[in-house]
Design a protein around this ligand. Structure first.
Ligand code: UT7
Length: 339
C-alpha cells in the first residue's frame, strides 16, 4: 500500500496513445474453427471481435505506434525521454524488446527495459516508472503495455481462444510539483500459490547435447486457463483492493469520474461496478471491439476515452489490473493531459 508521500515530485499523466492490428476476427469466424457461437461469446464475455496481428506486424510495431502517439500528444521531443518501460508477456525478443522500441522512437537518452506481470503489467509498470519520477532521478517516462497473445493462444480451445486479442497502449508521464501529483495512490499484489489457474508454461523438450548429456530446447506451450477460477479471483480481489484504496485515501466511490478496469470480461466489469454502486456510464469498456489484450487493455481504453473526450483533464480514475501470476493491482490517478 502506498500513499503519496508529501514534498516529493509528483507524477502527471500528460499523453497517451494506442495501436491495434488492422486484421479483425469476429465471433462468427471463430465458429468456423471451434464449436462456439456469437451469442455465447457475447452473452458470456461481451466480446464481439478482436484484432489479431497478421503476417509482418510485431509487438514492437504496435508498441512503437502507441508510444509515438503518446509522445505527440505530450508534445515531447523523443530525446527528452528518460525511461521507456515496456510491460509485456509476449516480447518479440526474450532478451528484452524495450531497447528496440527506444531505438525506433529515437529516444536515445532513455534507459529501456521490459517488465512482465501479465494482464497487471501496465499498472505495475506505471507504478514502477512513477517511483523513478517521485525520487527525482528522472523527469520523463513512456510506459507501454503491449501484447500479442494470439501467438500463444490455443486456437482450438474454445474455453480460452474467444477471449484474447492483440494491441498496445502507452502513457507519457512526467514529474511535476508535489501538490499537482496525479498518481494519488496504488497497491500491487502477487500470489504465486494461486498461479496455476492461468499459465503460459515453457515446453519440456530435451535434445541430445553431447554423448550422455542433454539440453533443453527453448519454446513455450499455449495458454492454459481455468476460466472459472480466474473469474472468481477477479470478482473477489478487484473490489477488495479498490475498496481498500478508496477507504485509505478517504475517497467515496461516487467521487470517481471513471472506473477503468483491465478489460477481461464485461461480466467482471459489471460485477465490480455493482459492488461500488457505480452507474454503467462511469465504467469504461471497449472489450467488445478488442477482447482481452492483456497488458494493453488499460492504456488502450484510456487512450480511446481521452481522444473521444470522455476523460478530461482533472478527472479522477480508479483503475485495476489483474491476471496471471496471480497478480493484481489498483491505482487512483488523475488524468492531466498535455500542458
Ligand atoms: O486476464 C485474465 C484472463 N482471463 C479471464 O479473465 C477469464 C475469466 N473467466 C471468464 O471470463 C469466464 O470464466 C469464461 C468466459 C472463460 C467462461 O465463461 P463461464 O460462464 O465461466 O463458462 P464455463 O466455463 O462455466 O462454461 C459453461 C459452458 C460449458 O459447457 P457445459 O460443461 O456446461 O456443457 C463450456 O464447455 O460453456 C461451454 N463453453 C463454451 N460454449 C460455447 C466454454 N467456452 C465456450 C465457448 N462457446 N467459447
Amino acid at each position: 500500500m502506498a500513499q503519496a508521500p508529501p514534498n516529493l515530485p509528483g507524477v502527471a499523466l500528460v499523453g497517451c496513445g494506442s495501436s491495434t492490428p488492422a486484421q479483425r476476427v469476429i465471433n462468427d469466424e471463430l465458429g468456423q474453427r471451434v464449436e462456439t457461437s456469437d451469442a455465447w461469446i457475447q452473452t458470456r464475455t461481451g466480446i464481439r471481435e478482436r484484432k489479431v496481428v497478421a503476417k509482418g506486424e510485431t509487438v514492437n510495431d504496435l508498441s512503437y505506434r502507441a508510444a509515438e502517439s503518446a509522445l505527440q500528444m505530450a508534445g515531447w521531443d523523443a530525446e527528452t525521454v528518460d525511461l521507456v518501460l515496456l510491460a509485456t508477456s509476449t516480447p518479440d525478443d526474450l532478451f528484452g524488446s524495450a531497447p528496440q522500441i527506444q531505438a525506433m522512437l529515437g529516444a536515445s537518452k532513455a534507459v529501456a527495459f521490459d517488465l512482465t506481470a501479465a494482464c497487471s503489467g501496465f499498472l505495475f509498470a506505471l507504478v514502477t516508472a512513477s517511483q523513478f519520477l517521485r525520487t527525482g532521478s528522472i523527469k520523463r517516462a513512456l510506459v507501454i503495455g503491449a501484447d500479442q497473445l494470439s501467438r500463444w493462444v490455443d486456437w482450438d480451445d474454445r474455453r480460452s481462444c474467444v477471449l484474447f486479442g492483440d494491441g498496445a497502449g502507452a502513457v507519457a508521464i512526467e514529474s511535476t510539483n508535489s501538490n499537482q501529483n496525479g498518481l494519488l495512490a496504488f497497491d500491487l499484489k502477487s500470489d504465486g500459490k494461486r498461479g496455476g489457474c492461468l499459465n503460459l508454461p515453457q515446453r519440456r523438450d530435451y535434445l541430445d547435447l553431447v554423448t550422455g548429456k542433454t539440453h533443453q530446447k527453448g519454446g513455450y506451450s499455449t495458454i492454459e486457463m481455468n476460466g472459472q477460477e480466474v473469474y472468481k479471483f477477479a470478482v473477489r480481489e478487484v473490489p477488495s483492493i479498490l475498496d481498500n484504496l478508496l477507504k485509505v485515501n478517504n475517497i467515496k466511490p461516487e467521487c470517481l469520474d471513471w472506473l477503468l478496469l483491465h478489460q477481461a470480461n464485461q461480466r467482471i466489469l459489471d460485477a465490480v461496478a455493482d459492488r461500488f454502486k457505480l452507474p454503467r456510464e462511469k465504467v469504461l469498456s471497449n472489450l467488445e471491439s478488442y477482447g482481452n489484450t492483456s497488458a494493453a487493455t488499460i492504456p488502450l481504453m484510456l487512450d480511446e476515452a481521452v481522444r473521444d473526450g470522455r476523460v478530461q483533464s482533472g478527472h479522477l480514475i480508479a483503475s485495476s489490473g489483474f491476471g496471471a501470476g496471480l497478480s493484481w493491482g489498483a491505482a487512483l490517478f488523475k488524468w492531466h493531459g498535455p500542458s
